[in-house]
Design a protein around this ligand. Sequence first.
Ligand code: DGP
Length: 121
Amino acid sequence: MSDCIFCKIAAGEIPADKVYEDDKVLAFRDNHPRAPTHVLVIPKKHIASLNEASGDNIPDIAAAVAAIPQVAKADGVAESGYRVISNCGEDGGQTVFHLHFHVLGGRSFGPKLFRGDTAED
Ligand code: DGP
């Protein structure tokens, strides 16, 4: 997709700190890291979000998921643990509409998903 920043990174048109690459997948460091390890794992194919997960896209999404433990291992967080997030849509907090998995590690996130423990937080 011509105006997609992650497509441009996948095509090598915009530089990124790459940590993993194969024919279907690219992983690179987030430019606004929230943890010592903060890597974005993307399918190279333009898929806007998990909302578009379907038969045709599943091999690309599966390849991205399969790259996650390799990224975690390479960054030394596989044993200590890490968090994987894929924000989907506006309420999900998605800002870049090319499917990506945030791989966050190197610190403890604890059991909470939200700031508080209620559905409104
Ligand atoms: P999300 O809010 O889930 O859509 O996350 C998008 C992330 O992408 C955000 O943490 C910042 C990161 N990001 C945006 N533009 C770039 C870029 O040009 N390069 C890199 N490395 N990361 C980017």
